[in-house]
Design a protein around this ligand. Structure first.
Ligand code: FAD
Length: 456
């Protein structure tokens, strides 16, 4: 057991709130500073839920603090991707061929609130809301806040998200601090499908819906109350007319009035539009978000500060792993704290970074590639045959996991290994599927043998 320590957490988002529980369980005193007000006292925007996909890595981290069963009871299971074609046909591509392997749609604020409520059960945790961190001194470990307040504990863990001011201070103060940000040309906008009569679901409940349209796409995740949260991913700037038909490429910059929005949605997502009565209002009320990948190094300022979660490695959301990865960060850090006999934060943070960086780089790359897969390839017949073959293989061979399954359902496998193995498998399976029309005629034993040879 470590001597008594006081840890400052900046940011009571998903990672910071979970981290406070883990640290409290180790007897560490935790003060969490959050820029926003307490979301438990504030009305969620028009009662609408923003959701996100919770999968095995995140569930594993919740399980260790006894929060998994509660969160799963609040979640809607999504067993596969429901592909909506331009002529409103639907096709379900299961996420896995195995029973029990699915992802879960959870309310972002619901999860955040549950974590804060749990943390506050510990007398050694306190949350301070409405305190925006503005600066951090890497030499003294002192954090400064917009209110004029300064604060210094034994160490700071910055879970202050993609725009982290602590990271910015480290960038200015640490020589050779390595930082890169890469933003997609695409942004996103959240939209809404309300519940049907008596809270019924107007689309298949247990699926993540996708309308892939090559240059852009829309997705929808179910909420507990029967509604769906839709997200449109679209270029910020439309392109010039391309191809023989001279059709201009759509972009947010072209959707400037109600007629343009309705025309675009009716043409591209004809089956969704009748389910979206507040489409135009939502479109112009909700902000357009940016999507980017942030990488930086080192993640720690000696023993004075550590970046964790999106502050260290924000990723694009196309593998549904940003939060799951941040929760895994917390679990890994906690294990190292548990193993350390003394509160040598510098040594703990250095080891944590060395273990974690290769894995967060891997999921960042996987997530970017998955954007193109979801947008362009899920509608491609070869890709669909590959998914069917992967499902058949998973149904037949307990030791076979597709790339998606390794990333999403194998909490015991580092992201870097899932990345390496998954890419090799993908190449082989795409080759096989490009030369057959019907995967049910393939000899599965032969395919499995080829896959096993890849592992050698
Ligand atoms: C459109 C979209 C969809 C996504 N879908 C998924 C998904 O399906 N599955 C998944 O796993 N991940 C998903 N993600 C990623 C996920 O949202 C993030 O990875 C996750 O929120 C990271 O948690 P965090 O605690 O590190 O950061 P955040 O959740 O951003 O929390 C940061 C906290 O710090 C606070 N803060 C910021 N600045 C300051 C400051 N100066 N002082 C004090 N406090 C501060 C913020 O108010 C916030 O509370 C998605 C992301 C996006 C954009």
């Amino acid at each position: 057991m470590m001597p008594q320590q006081n840890v400052t957490i900046i940011g009571a988002g998903l990672a910071g709130s979970l981290l406070s529980i883990y640290l409290a369980r180790r007897g560490i005193s935790v003060t969490v500073f959050e820029a926003r007000g307490d979301m438990r006292n504030e009305r969620v925007e028009a009662g609408r839920s923003i959701n996100l996909a919770l999968s095995d890595r995140g569930i594993a981290a919740l399980r260790e603090v006894g929060m998994d069963a509660f969160m799963l009871s609040e979640a809607v299971p999504m067993r596969g991707r429901m592909i909506h074609s331009p002529i409103s046909e639907q096709k379900l591509l299961p996420y896995s061929g195995r029973e029990g392997e699915y992802i879960n749609s959870v309310s972002r604020s619901g999860l955040n609130i549950a974590l804060m409520n749990e943390a506050e059960k510990y007398p050694n945790v306190s949350f301070i809301f409405g305190e925006r961190c503005t600066d951090f001194d890497t030499a003294t470990g002192e954090a400064s806040f917009a209110s004029g307040r300064t604060f210094r504990g034994d160490t700071v863990i910055a879970t202050d998200g993609a725009g982290s001011p602590v990271r910015q201070a480290m960038q200015q103060q640490i020589a050779d601090f390595d930082f890169s940000s890469r933003f997609l040309d695409h942004g996103y906008k959240e939209l809404h499908i309300p519940p049907g009569p008596d809270g019924s679901f107007l689309l298949e409940k247990n699926a993540l819906h996708i309308w892939p349209r090559h240059r852009f796409m829309m997705i929808a995740l179910p909420n507990h109350d029967g509604s769906f949260t839709c997200t449109l991913f679209l270029a910020h700037k439309g392109g010039n007319p391309s191809g023989s038909e001279g059709v201009p490429e759509p972009g947010f910059d072209r959707l400037t009035d109600a007629a343009a929005v309705l025309d675009f949605f009716t043409r591209e997502f004809p089956d969704a539009v009748p389910l979206m009565p507040t489409l135009v209002e939502d479109f112009f009320t909700n902000p357009t978000g940016q999507l980017g990948t942030i990488k930086c190094w080192p993640w720690n300022a000696g023993g004075n500060a550590l970046l964790l979660g999106d502050s260290a490695h924000a990723i694009v959301p196309f593998y549904g792993q940003g939060m799951n990865c941040a929760f895994e960060d917390v679990r890994v850090l906690d294990t190292l704290i548990g193993n350390a006999g003394t509160p040598d934060w510098g040594a703990i943070f250095t080891e944590y970074g060395q273990l974690r960086k290769v894995n967060t780089d891997a999921i960042a790359d996987l997530a970017e590639v998955n954007f193109y897969e979801m947008r362009d390839r899920v509608a491609d017949p070869i890709f669909q045959r590959k998914r069917e073959l992967e499902t058949r293989l998973e149904q037949t061979f307990p030791d076979y996991f597709s790339k998606y399954s390794m990333v999403t359902f194998r909490e015991d496998m580092p992201y870097s290994e899932a990345h390496r193995r998954g890419n090799a498998q993908d190449e082989l399976l795409m080759n096989i599927c490009s030369s057959v029309d019907d995967v049910s005629k393939l000899d599965l034993n032969e395919v499995a043998e080829h896959l096993r040879q890849l592992e050698m």
